[in-house]
Ligand binder design. Structure first.
Ligand SMILES: Nc1ncnc2c1ncn2[C@@H]1O[C@H](COP(=O)(O)OP(=O)(O)OP(=O)(O)O)[C@@H](O)[C@H]1O
Length: 246
C-alpha cells in the first residue's frame, strides 16, 4: 500500500522552482533513498514533504490526505530527523524525550519502555540529565534520532542520517530502521553514503537538478543508465558526467 505519494510536485523558495515535476511514492515497509549531488534538491524535497514549504503545483499525499485536507492526520503520520540537530538548550536529554512524548500523546508507560530501549541502543543511558551544550555533535544527532523513534510513526524522514555518527551509532541507526521496517513503517532518507544506500535501500530515487533522473531498485537504475553491472557509485558518476556535458 502507498503511504506517501508525490505527484508532479514543483516547488522551491522563490518563484523560480528548485524541484520540478517530482513524482514518486513510498510504500508501507519500504526504505527509500534520496540520492543526488549537492544542490540537487534533496533537502528541498524533504521540506515540501514535511510541510515547511508548500508546492507551487502538484500534490503530496501522506496516509491518503494532503496537509490542507487534514493537518493533524498528516503531521502525526511522520517524524523527521533534520540534517542539523535542533535542540532546546535549556532542556536535558530526559526532558527532550518527555517533551516529544507530550507533543505526540505518548503515555508515561510507553515513554519509559521505548526510552529505555533507545537509550541503551544509542549508548546514552548515562547522559539523561545532560544539557545539549555538553553533547558532542554525534550525541546531538542521537537525541534527535531517539526523539523520532520514540514517536513510532508510519513514516520516518531522515536527512543525511550518518554524518557525525560513529560506526556504532550508524549500526544502531540501521538496526532501528530495520526493526521499524519489519513492523511495517516506511523510511525516506537522503544520503551521500552510496554504499550504505545501495546495501540497505529497497528503492532509490536519483535526483538531478531538481528532477527525478531515475528511480527504482538497483536493477531498475542499471537499466535506466544502460549499465548492467554498475554499482550505485558508478551510476552516480555517470549522472555527474551527464551534468558536465550540459
Ligand atoms: N533557504 C533557501 N533559500 C533559497 N534557496 C535555497 C535555500 N536552501 C536551498 N536553496 C537552493 O535550493 C537548491 C537545492 O538545495 P538543497 O538544499 O535542496 O540541495 P541538497 O540536494 O539537499 O544538497 P546537499 O547535498 O548539499 O545537502 C540549491 O540551488 C540551493 O541553493
Amino acid at each position: 500500500m502507498t503511504l506517501l505519494q508525490l505527484t508532479d510536485v514543483t516547488g522551491g523558495y522563490t518563484r523560480k522552482p528548485v524541484i520540478k515535476d517530482l513524482t514518486f511514492s513510498i510504500g508501507q515497509g519500504e526504505l527509500v533513498g534520496l540520492i543526488g549531488l549537492n544542490g540537487a534538491g534533496k533537502s528541498t524535497t524533504i521540506k515540501h514533504i514535511i510541510g515547511t514549504l508548500l508546492p507551487q503545483s502538484g500534490e503530496i499525499r501522506l496516509n491518503g490526505v494532503t496537509l490542507n485536507e487534514d493537518i493533524k492526520k498528516y503531521r502525526s503520520s511522520f517524524s523527521y530527523i533534520p540534517e542539523t540537530p535542533v535542540l532546546y538548550d535549556e532542556l536535558t536529554l530526559k526532558e527532550h524525550l518527555e517533551l516529544t512524548a507530550m507533543a505526540y500523546d505518548i503515555d508515561q508507560y510507553t515513554l519509559k519502555s521505548r526510552s529505555e530501549d533507545l537509550l541503551k541502543e544509542f549508548r546514552m543511558e548515562k547522559r539523561l540529565n545532560w544539557f545539549p551544550s555538553h553533547f558532542s555533535k554525534g550525541m546531538r544527532q542521537k537525541v534527535m534520532i531517539m526523539c523520532a523513534f520514540l514517536v513510532n510513526p508510519q513514516l520516518y524522514i531522515i536527512d543525511e542520517p550518518f554524518v557525525g555518527l560513529d560506526p556504532l551509532g550508524i549500526q544502531s541507526l540501521l538496526d532501528q530502521m530495520d526493526e521499524k521496517k519489519k513492523d511495517g513503517a516506511s523510511i525516506l532518507m537522503s544520503t551521500h553514503i552510496l554504499s550504505t544506500a545501495e546495501k540497505h535501500c529497497d528503492r532509490i530515487i536519483l535526483l538531478h537538478e531538481g528532477r527525478v533522473r531515475a528511480q527504482g531498485t538497483m536493477n531498475d537504475l542499471r537499466r535506466a543508465f544502460n549499465m548492467p553491472d554498475a554499482t550505485l557509485d558508478d551510476l552516480y558518476i555517470a549522472m555527474t558526467k551527464e551534468q558536465d556535458h550540459e
